[in-house]
Design a protein around this ligand. Structure first.
Ligand code: SIN
Length: 277
């Protein structure tokens, strides 16, 4: 018998809040199946009032696939798969402060990320999510036909270089420099979701460098247009964190953006990232 979960949709394009579940407990397989179905359908799912140790967050994440060890951000000493995302009151930059899809710069990108709020600011620090499936649906047939024939080159080199936005968070997070180390990997511009068959745009401003076979300069106008298109309000939802909140998003069809609007306050999150099995 699975837990009696309730799913409440939060916005038109994506997002649902799930209640009636304790993520720290060993969950029935039927519950995992129900959560996977909710994630596929709603693209990002949220939970409130959870209490997770790093080991419990790892155990929950592992029910969905192997967990990633980030190549450029150090994990916890005793749990390298758990990444601490901390912004101290004196930090100015925030990790994840730009639209992106986690780990699209890998040869085999992750399928999802599970973020747990340990300590949240009194105000601000929400995360925005944008459905790249809805962004795809809204394109004309002509542009869809063009994009279906394209692949794009992704790299962590810009984001995690010494002058890049993520590397500059070294004060609070152990971020290594990727410049010169990061490889380039090519993925289709249109991702077909392996479980639902739904199509989604799979390019993002942080990690997509150019179209395969095109120069950076040739790629820029179309990529910029797609980035603008894909973050339209109609495709988004916004999550206001509280201590103990959890978000689980599907990186194959969702972008996210951590807002940096809580100066002088501390925000402490822990993330595990689920790889393809
Ligand atoms: C991330 O990009 O994984 C961080 C998102 C957040 O802290 O809200």
């Amino acid at each position: 018998m699975s837990d009696q979960i309730t799913v409440r949709r939060l916005a038109g394009a994506l997002g649902a809040e799930i209640s009636g579940i304790d993520l720290s407990a060993p969950l029935e397989e039927a519950t995992i199946v129900a959560l996977r179905a909710a994630l596929n359908l709603h693209q990002v799912i949220f939970f409130r009032d959870q209490s997770l140790t790093p080991a419990q967050q790892l155990a929950f994440g592992r029910r969905f696939g192997p967990l990633n060890i980030h190549p450029y951000v150090s994990g916890m000493a005793d749990h390298p798969e758990v990444m601490e995302i901390i912004k101290e009151p004196e930090d100015r930059l925030n990790f994840g402060g730009g639209w992106h899809s986690d780990m699209s710069f890998l040869e085999t990108p992750s399928i999802g990320s599970i973020l747990y709020a340990v300590e949240t600011p009194a105000f601000g620090g929400d995360t925005l999510f944008a459905s790249q499936a809805a962004a795809w649906d809204a394109l004309s047939d002509g542009l869809k036909a063009t994009l279906e024939g394209l692949k794009a080159v992704h790299s962590a080199g810009r984001e995690y270089s010494a002058t890049g936005p993520s590397a500059q968070k070294r004060a609070s997070m152990q971020v290594a420099e990727a410049e010169g180390l990061a490889g380039e990997f090519t993925h289709p511009v249109v991702k077909v979701h392996p479980e639902t068959g739904r199509k989604a745009l799979y390019v993002n401003p942080a990690f997509t460098m150019r179209f395969e076979g095109w120069t950076r300069r040739e790629s820029k106008p179309l990529l910029d247009w797609l980035f603008e298109h894909s973050r339209q309000e109609a495709f988004t939802c916004r999550f206001a964190w509280r201590d103990g909140s959890v978000a689980f998003w599907d990186n194959r069809q969702v972008w996210h953006y951590a807002l940096n609007d809580y100066p002088g306050q501390r925000r402490h999150m822990r993330r595990v990232t689920v790889d393809q099995a």
